[in-house]
Ligand binder design. Structure first.
Ligand code: GDP
Length: 459
C-alpha cells in the first residue's frame, strides 16, 4: 500500500542556529530532488544511503537557504521509510519556507507523533517503546531519562512478553488437551498451572510495586507542609528553596493560600505544597487554606509537620496530629535556636511510633542535612541511584498490569473451586490480551491515535 509522504519541522519553533525539516515516505527522495540543488548538478537520488550532502533549497528559481541534507533510506531509518532530513538555518521563517516548499512538491504536513507512529506501525518499535520516546523528550531529571531510555530499549516490553509467553503456553496446552484427550492428559494439571500462575502473579506484582517508586523518582515526592500559623512553614520553605520566595511575617495566619514549589535536594525532588496553618477559624479566606491543607494531606506522599518548639503544643497541634495517623510524616521541631518548651518526647506521645522527629532551625538553617538524610532513608532506603529494575512509569501500563493480575487471580480461584479446564482458558486469554495492549498488540486504532496525538510535531 502506498503511503503519504509526510514532512514537519522537527526542531523548536524558535530562532536557533540550526533547524531540521524532516521528510518521510516513498517520495521523500524524489521530492527533495526537485528542490535540493547540489554543486555540479548531482542528484540526491543517486547518492548512497546514510550520507550527508551540501547544497541549496530552491523553490523554482528562488534560493531559500543553504543547507546540509541527510539521506536515510528505509528500512534503516527511524520510520523504516525513506527519510530525508534537511539541516537548515534555524530561523522560524526560513524553516517554514522550506517546509512549505516540501509540501508544495508533494509531501503533506505530518500530524503530531506521526513519525514515531510509523516506526510503530512498520514494526520497528512496539507501543511501549513508542511511548517512551515522548518520555525521553519530556524527561526533567536523571531518573526520568534513564527509565525512559530503558523502556525505549525494550525492557518493559521484554518483561511483558516473557509473562505473555508463559500464559500462551498454558492456553495452548489446555486447548490441545481438550482437542486430543486420548493423548494429552489433564490429570494434575491444576496444580502445575497454579505454580506457573504464581510465578506470573509475583512478577506482575513486582512491576506494579515499581510504579510508585518510579513515579516518585520521575515526578518527585508530593510533599505538603503543615503546622499551625507562625510555626515557621514559610521560613522552612525559603530555607529549602534557598531564596525569599514565600513572604514571612510575624502575624499569625498570613500564609493564606497554597504555594507550590519544586526543590531538588541532592537528586531528590520534592514538590512542596505549603498550606496555610490548619486551625479552627471563622475567617473565610483562611478556611479555604485549611480545607486545602486537609485535602493535600490526604493525597501527599510525604507530610512535613512543622512545630514551633519555643511554644507549648495546643489544641491546633492536636487537630493536626490527628490528620497524620498512618501517613508518611516527618516532624520538624523548629526554632531549636530558642529555649524549648516542646520536646520530641512531648510529640511522640501523640503520633505514630515510627514517625521521625527532627530538631531544626529554619532561621539558622540547622538540621536540614539530617532532614534530607531522613527522606533518602524513607523513600529510597538510603540510596538514590537508578538500579537495574524495570520501572513502570506509564499509567496505561499500570492499569493493564492490574487487569492482568485480576484475571490471573480468577484463574487461581477457578483452580481452587475445581472448575473444568476450559474455564481457565477464558481468564488466561484475558490476561494475555490485556498484557498485549502494553506493547501494542490487538489495540484499537482509536487508542493508537490518542497516544500519538500527545506527541510533539516532528517526532
Ligand atoms: P508560618 O506561618 O508557619 O509560615 O511561619 P513563618 O515562616 O512565617 O515564621 C513565623 C515567624 O517565626 C517569623 O517571624 C520567622 O522569622 C520566625 N521563625 C521561623 N523559623 C524560625 C527559627 O528557626 N528560629 C527562630 N528563632 N524564628 C523562626
Amino acid at each position: 500500500m502506498k503511503t503519504d509522504t509526510i514532512a514537519a519541522i522537527a526542531t523548536a519553533m524558535a530562532g536557533s542556529g540550526i533547524g531540521i525539516v524532516r521528510i518521510s515516505g516513498e517520495e521523500a527522495v524524489s521530492i527533495t530532488d526537485q528542490i535540493f540543488h547540489m554543486p555540479g548538478g548531482k542528484k540526491l537520488s543517486d547518492m548512497e544511503t546514510h550520507t550527508i550532502h551540501y547544497g541549496h533549497i530552491r523553490d523554482g528559481e528562488e534560493v531559500i537557504d543553504e543547507v546540509m541534507v541527510l539521506l536515510m533510506r528505509g528500512p534503516r531509518s527511524y520510520t523504516r521509510e525513506d527519510t530525508v532530513e534537511i539541516d537548515c538555518h534555524g530561523g522560524v521563517y526560513v524553516m517554514k519556507r522550506i517546509l512549505e516548499t516540501v509540501i508544495k512538491y508533494g509531501a503533506r504536513p505530518a500530524e503530531p507523533g506521526e513519525f514515531t507512529k510509523r516506526a510503530f506501525l512498520n514494526g520497528r518499535i512496539d507501543l511501549s517503546q513508542a511511548e517512551s520516546v515522548m518520555d525521553v523528550i519530556s524527561a526533567k531529571n536523571e531518573f526520568a531519562l534513564k527509565s525512559s531510555m530503558k523502556q525505549l530499549s525494550g525492557a518493559v516490553s521484554d518483561a511483558v512478553k516473557e509473562i505473555r509467553g508463559e500464559i500462551l503456553h498454558e492456553i495452548a496446552f489446555i486447548e490441545s488437551a481438550l482437542d486430543d484427550p486420548e493423548h494429552i492428559s489433564l490429570d494434575g494439571y491444576g496444580e502445575r498451572l497454579e505454580l506457573t500462575i504464581e510465578g506470573a502473579v509475583d512478577r506482575i506484582e513486582k512491576l506494579l510495586a515499581s510504579s510508585d517508586n518510579g513515579r516518585i523518582l520521575k515526578e518527585g515526592i508530593s510533599t505538603v507542609i503543615v503546622g499551625k500559623p507562625n510555626a515557621g512553614k514559610s521560613s522552612l520553605l525559603n530555607t529549602l528553596l534557598g531564596e525569599e520566595r514565600a513572604i514571612v511575617t510575624e502575624i499569625a495566619g498570613t500564609t493564606r493560600d497554597v504555594l507550590e514549589e519544586q526543590i531538588n535536594l541532592n537528586g531528590i525532588v520534592l514538590n512542596i505544597i505549603d498550606t496555610a496553618g490548619i486551625r479552627d477559624t471563622d475567617d473565610i479566606v483562611e478556611k479555604i487554606g485549611v480545607d486545602k491543607a486537609r485535602k493535600y494531606v490526604k493525597d501527599a506522599d510525604l507530610i512535613l509537620y512543622v512545630v514551633d518548639a519555643s511554644t507549648n503544643l495546643d489544641e491546633n497541634d492536636g487537630e493536626i496530629m490527628e490528620l497524620l495517623h498512618g501517613r508518611r510524616t516527618i516532624i520538624l521541631l523548629n526554632k531549636s535556636d530558642l529555649t524549648p518548651l516542646t520536646t520530641a518526647e512531648d510529640i511522640r506521645a501523640h503520633v505514630d511510633k515510627d514517625c521521625p522527629v527532627i530538631s531544626i532551625s529554619a532561621r539558622e538553617q540547622k538540621g536540614i542535612d539530617v532532614f534530607t538524610e531522613q527522606i533518602r532513608e524513607m523513600f529510597f532506603r538510603g540510596e538514590v541511584t537508578f538500579n537495574d529494575e524495570v520501572y513502570i512509569t506509564n499509567i496505561r501500563h499500570k492499569t493493564a498490569l492490574q487487569e492482568a493480575l485480576s484475571s490471573l487471580h480468577l484463574v487461581e480461584q477457578s483452580i481452587a473451586d475445581g472448575m473444568p479446564e476450559d474455564f481457565y482458558s477464558i481468564d488466561l486469554m484475558n490476561a494475555y490480551e490485556v498484557l498485549g495492549t502494553i506493547i501494542g498488540e490487538a489495540v484499537e486504532d482509536d487508542l493508537v491515535n490518542e497516544i500519538f496525538s500527545k506527541f510533539c510535531l516532528g517526532k
